[in-house]
Design a protein around this ligand. Structure first.
Ligand code: C5P
Length: 237
């Protein structure tokens, strides 16, 4: 696994295949790494994954599995048949669930997509962590522990805010362990519902390996230009 290879992943949070493919058609020069999330997957099913793969994109299938280990193992076995490059679970499901996910995802020939774990959603504030989830530890300690659990289960990395990427690397120690970071906003744009945010350039300097960018690209007047701006800010560092 090449952890030196930074990339920008576009969150294709659309509700139909038609809208998604029309969006991807704008990218004539290069094939961005795309994230297919719950909205699109639940609307269109595996066929949209196959079509985007057929068009030559790498795919992060972001379904954030979180259930008992046996259910997650069997669901991951089904997903292992889709030719995606990355998929994920919630670290809150625990180490046994993450191990089961890895087992289910591993194909008979030993190959598998990258598997990462969501630590805390980037929309979660410290206040929500303490007052609603009743987790008394700091956000940083919670995320560091969840990242260590993911590493102990054999996962390839975590989803976290760019603001926590360095703490994750420090918690997990040396070795290939990716940080995949949503919560990306340009310096001159609105935060929307995201709380723990950074610009693409900040994310690079904080140690993110992949940034996930949705609305700043998908809702831009010129999505290709917005994507290129992300790539230049993030990979040009
Ligand atoms: O539009 P925006 O850039 O906020 O999109 C971020 C994407 O990353 C969304 O698809 C969201 O579901 C996802 N995500 C997130 N925070 C996490 C995990 C995934 O925002 N911790």
């Amino acid at each position: 696994m090449d952890t030196t290879h930074r990339d920008v992943i576009i969150a294709c949070d659309f509700s139909s295949a038609a809208e998604t493919l029309a969006f991807l058609d704008k990218f004539t020069g290069r094939k961005p790494f795309v994230k297919i999330g719950m909205e699109l997957y639940y609307a269109e099913g595996p066929s949209i994954v196959r079509e985007i793969k057929r068009r030559g994109h790498r795919i992060f299938l972001d379904l954030k599995l979180h259930d008992i280990p046996n259910t997650v193992r069997k669901a991951m076995k089904v997903l292992s048949c889709l030719d995606v490059d990355m998929t994920n679970v919630h670290a809150a499901g625990g180490v046994q669930m993450m191990k089961a996910a890895l087992e289910g995802l591993t194909r008979p020939d030993g190959s598998r997509p990258m598997l990462i774990a969501v630590t805390q959603l980037t929309s979660t504030s410290p206040q929500v962590l303490h007052e609603e989830l009743l987790i008394p530890e700091t956000m940083e300690d919670t995320i560091a522990t969840y990242a260590r659990n993911a590493a102990a289960a054999g996962l390839d990395g975590v989803v976290c805010s760019p603001l926590e990427a360095a703490a994750v690397k420090a918690a997990v120690g040396a070795g290939a362990f990716f940080t995949v970071t949503p919560g990306i906003r340009f310096a001159d744009a609105a935060a929307d519902d995201q709380v723990r945010i950074a610009t693409p350039a900040n994310a690079a300097s904080l140690g993110s390996d992949f940034i996930v960018v949705g609305r700043p690209v998908t809702q831009a007047d010129d999505p290709v230009a917005a994507y290129e701006r992300c790539v230049n800010e993030f990979c040009g560092q």
